[in-house]
Design a protein around this ligand. Structure first.
Ligand code: IPD
Ligand code: CA
Ligand code: CA
Ligand code: CA
Length: 285
C-alpha cells in the first residue's frame, strides 16, 4: 500500500543517515592501530571495528524499528541464524573490504540493504574513503551522491571491463577453478579483469557503468543485498551464475549492464560450491 511504500522511503532516509555515521566511524578507525584476528580461514580477517560498526548500525535501527529483523555479517559469525523471512529485514555489511581496511587500501564500504517479503526494497552503500554514497529504492532509480546513474549497455565482451572477487577459500581446487574462470574472460579477450577487494563497491561500479560485468562465488547475502537494488535501478541485471534468478543466500552472482553480457559471463563460468548462507548446521547435508 502507499502508506507502506512511504514507510520504506522513510526507512531508506534513516539508512542513509546511519551509513554516513557508520562511515565516519570507519574513517576514524582506519587511522588507528587495528587489532586483527581471523575467522573461518587465516585470510578471513576481522577487526574490532567490524563488530563495533555492526553494533552501532543494528542498535540504532532496532531502536527505531523494533519489529524488524536483522541479518548482519558479524552477528551471523557470532552464531545468529541467517534466515530471510517475509518480515521487513535489514541486511548489513558493516565493513565491506575488511582486508582493505586493515591495509588502508582505499576500497571499503558500509552496505545496508532492506527486504520485505523477500523482495529487496532499497540499498545504501557508503564508500568510506571518498565519501561517495550510492543509493536506490525499488522503482525510484539509482543514484550516486544524488545524481542518477546508469549501467553500461555494452554487449561485446571484447569491449568489456570485468570485475570479480576471490573469497577467503584458497584451497588448490578452488584456486584452480577461480583462475580458470578468469583465464576464460581474459582470453575472450575482455579489456581487463579487476579485483578491488570489496564486493559491494565492485557492484557499485557496475551500476555506474565503470565496468560491464561482475561475477563471484563465495560472497554473502550482505555483500549483494544493497548492491542488487542499485544495479537493477540503474538498468542492469543481477542473476545467478546458472543464468536463473538471483538467490540471495546462494553465495554466487553475476551482475552486468546488459542481459547479453551477463549471459556471456554465465556461459564461461565453472562453478565453485559454497555452503549457503541460510544453511542449518544441525541438518547434515
Ligand atoms: C569480502 C569482500 C571481498 C570478497 C569477499 C567478501 P568482507 O567482504 O567483499 O572483496 O571477496 O567475498 O566476503 O569480509 O570484507 O566484508
Ligand atoms: Ca568479513
Ligand atoms: Ca563483505
Ligand atoms: Ca564485512
Amino acid at each position: 500500500t502507499s502508506t507502506e511504500n512511504k514507510c520504506w522511503g522513510e526507512c531508506m532516509d534513516i539508512a542513509v543517515q546511519i551509513a554516513h555515521k557508520a562511515g565516519k566511524v570507519v574513517q576514524e578507525a582506519v587511522k588507528q592501530e587495528k587489532r586483527v584476528s581471523s575467522k573461518s580461514t587465516p585470510t578471513d580477517l576481522v577487526t574490532e571495528a567490524d563488530q563495533q560498526v555492526e553494533d552501532l548500525i543494528i542498535s540504532t535501527l532496532r531502536e527505531k524499528f523494533p519489529s524488524h529483523r536483522f541479518i548482519g555479517e558479524e552477528s551471523s559469525a557470532a552464531g545468529e541464524k541467517c534466515i530471510l523471512t517475509d518480515e521487513p529485514t535489514w541486511i548489513i555489511d558493516p565493513i565491506d573490504g575488511t582486508c582493505n581496511f586493515v591495509h588502508s587500501f582505499p576500497m571499503v564500504a558500509v552496505s545496508i540493504g532492506f527486504a520485505v517479503e523477500k523482495e529487496l526494497e532499497f540499498g545504501v552503500i557508503y564508500h568510506c574513503f571518498d565519501g561517495t554514497l550510492y543509493t536506490a529504492r525499488r522503482g525510484h532509480g539509482a543514484f550516486c551522491n544524488g545524481a542518477p546513474i546508469q549501467v553500461s549497455k555494452e554487449r561485446d565482451i571484447s569491449k568489456a571491463l570485468i570485475l570479480t572477487e576471490i573469497g577467503a577459500k584458497r584451497d588448490p581446487a578452488t584456486l584452480e577453478i577461480f583462475l580458470g574462470n578468469m583465464q576464460k574472460l581474459l582470453s575472450a579477450p575482455a579489456h581487463g579483469v579487476r579485483i578491488i577487494g570489496s564486493s559491494t563497491l565492485a557492484l557499485c561500479h557496475i551500476a555506474t557503468g565503470a565496468a560491464e560485468a561482475y561475477y563471484q562465488y563465495g560472497l554473502h547475502c550482505w555483500d549483494i543485498a544493497a548492491a542488487a537494488v542499485i544495479i537493477r535501478e540503474a538498468g542492469g541485471c543481477v542473476i545467478d551464475t546458472s543464468g536463473g534468478p538471483l538467490d540471495l543466500m546462494s553465495r554466487r552472482v553475476v551482475a552486468a549492464g546488459s542481459r547479453e553480457m551477463a549471459d556471456y559471463v554465465v556461459r564461461q563460468l565453472q562453478p565453485i560450491s559454497y555452503e549457503r548462507d541460510d544453511h542449518d548446521p544441525s541438518v547434515l547435508s
